[in-house]
Design a protein. Structure first.
Length: 148
């Protein structure tokens, strides 16, 4: 069983040059956007349609939005807007992934060469880390994960 190379990245606190440079240097072939809202004006260069164009033009990288891997608005708002507790957010999001059965809905091979994108600058308190950790547990450690 070969390991599947997966990366994660956030776009906040990053210039476009640094963001796209990290993706190219890591050999990313596809960005999987795991944000619930990917069209916000506040996203700058990471707004969905613009991001897809930049990725393809600057690095030949494909783009896909995968809302199945995003938290619900209720879970996200409780944490972000109402300054909720990370442990509660984590538990709710893990329960959501389990109820969605993402490990059976998505194929492990689809993640090879893929980078999960969210807005958070670091993976520590971001659901993209929870997604790869959850899938890695369900897929018996098949994902070799690097947080860019």
């Amino acid at each position: 069983m070969d390991l599947l190379r997966v990366t994660t990245i956030g776009f906040t606190k990053s210039s476009a040059a640094h963001f796209f440079g990290r993706l190219r240097a890591a050999g990313v072939r596809r960005v999987m956007d795991v944000r619930l809202h990917n069209t916000s004006q506040l996203a700058g260069f990471a707004k969905a349609d613009d991001l897809a164009w930049f990725l393809k033009s600057l690095g030949g990288i494909d783009y896909v939005h995968e809302p199945l891997l995003a938290p619900t608005a209720d879970i996200l708002d409780a944490f972000k807007k109402r300054k909720g507790d990370w442990r509660l957010y984590e538990r709710q999001f893990l329960d959501l992934m389990q109820s969605r059965r993402i490990e059976t809905t998505l194929a492990p091979d689809a993640f090879d060469g893929t980078c999960l994108l969210c807005s958070e600058a670091t993976p520590h308190h971001c659901h993209r880390r929870l997604v790869v950790d959850y899938l890695n547990a369900k897929w018996h450690g098949r994902l070799a994960v690097e947080h860019l």
